[in-house]
Design a protein around this ligand. Sequence first.
Ligand code: PEP
Ligand code: MG
Length: 473
Amino acid sequence: MNSTARSKDPTQAIEGGNTGNLGEDGATDNPLVFSGSVVRHAGAAGTRGFAVAPARQLHSHQPSDDGPHILIAHDLTPADTSALDLTQVSAFCTAVGGPTSHAVQVAYSLGIPTIVAAGDRILTIPDGMMCALDGDTGTLYSELMESDLAAAMAHRDRRTTRPRAQMSGGSTPVTLTGTITRPPQAAEVRAAGADGLGLLATELLFLGREQDLTDEEQHYAAYREIARAVGGAPVTLRTLDIGGDKDMPALGLPSEDNPFLGVRGLRLSLRRPDLFLPQLRAAYRVARDDGAQLRLMFPMVTRVEEFLQAAETAREVQAELDAPVLPLGVMVEVPACALAVDQFAGHVDFLSIGTNDLAQYLTAMSRTSADLARDIDPLHVAVTRTVRAVAETGADHGIPVSACGGLAGDPVGAVVLAALGVTALTVALPYLPDVHDALGRTDAAALATIRDHALSTGGSRHLRALATELLGL
Ligand code: PEP
Ligand code: MG
């Protein structure tokens, strides 16, 4: 284990009731001290990071081109987030929303800190008021005095200059791959030393932009640009995952009472060959024309028959285009798929666990519910046991099992997933160094201890504290 790990027995300390230094905000080890007049808006942590900037309400009539702001909104859709101009927005805070919503997942891949479910009071913060947003603890601070502002800026600077392990240094127990939202980020994946892209969520490339998803050339141009930018490294292209909270108004899809349980992901692709075929054809053409190492992954799969139908369509396209055979896999994110994953084992080339949806569907807690924002828990023992079972089935059948979603980009979450036996993690670029650093602190004994605790019923708070202490994070 890395020498920074503390020497006392962390299991003892935590079982004795020490779950970390709880600060005023209910956050662990928050070093921020303000003068007292500051107003705290407690929300739920969306993406990590710390920003200090003037507030700007989403529906402001002020000109919006005067530098980075903390964007304040009642809610943001994934399309809103996808279209954010990062020269103008350094962070966002919403009154409602959930921490694993797709809006937050887009922010995660863009690397901006976010808070959700902070309550309607944030909507009264005037434009231009200096605020500090702490995405680690889920707290927005407004009405900062001069001295508070200095403290916030010093904290931000300390946080951003804290030394981080470079991706190139040291080995990790699992392969690390990246995930991106915008094509220009692909070159950074290569520069960061990640082993290609483990999740290219194709719908995010087009969300919020008026584009025709039935246009094969548009898919072709985007995939080719990305495959070239990663320089021949593998790219796992996830076919469109539309539905749930990701609407594409141009498609005119009927609204559903319960869209997260509706026609989402592969369910839609199988019903809409006009969307599915151009996408498959573009992917196979890029593999054929450029020799790109693509893999095709299908989202929101429930029954093995769905995979077999999609795979048959893919193979027909491949034969028709005289293109190379591409590995085919599924996202394991619906409990029915996870619990019956052995049915898939004889058919798929790889599996990727989507921790956001797996947690949502196993715990029956909506990813977008503000009321449940503090309750939805990707480290719930039901999730960890399911991940373990899927990893074991993969290992028994010689099938690689990766994991993606917010948990994979959280250093503790990444370590737990590695301990549970996944073979690769897909992490948004800005979080790769922290995850790499945390994984580099582990050894076989630490992973075994963390795995035992992750599979027991001690609770995720206990698990998080244990792993943090054990690895000196
Ligand atoms: C997931 O569900 O964990 C995942 C990676 O997919 P998305 O967040 O896009 O649903
Ligand atoms: Mg998902």
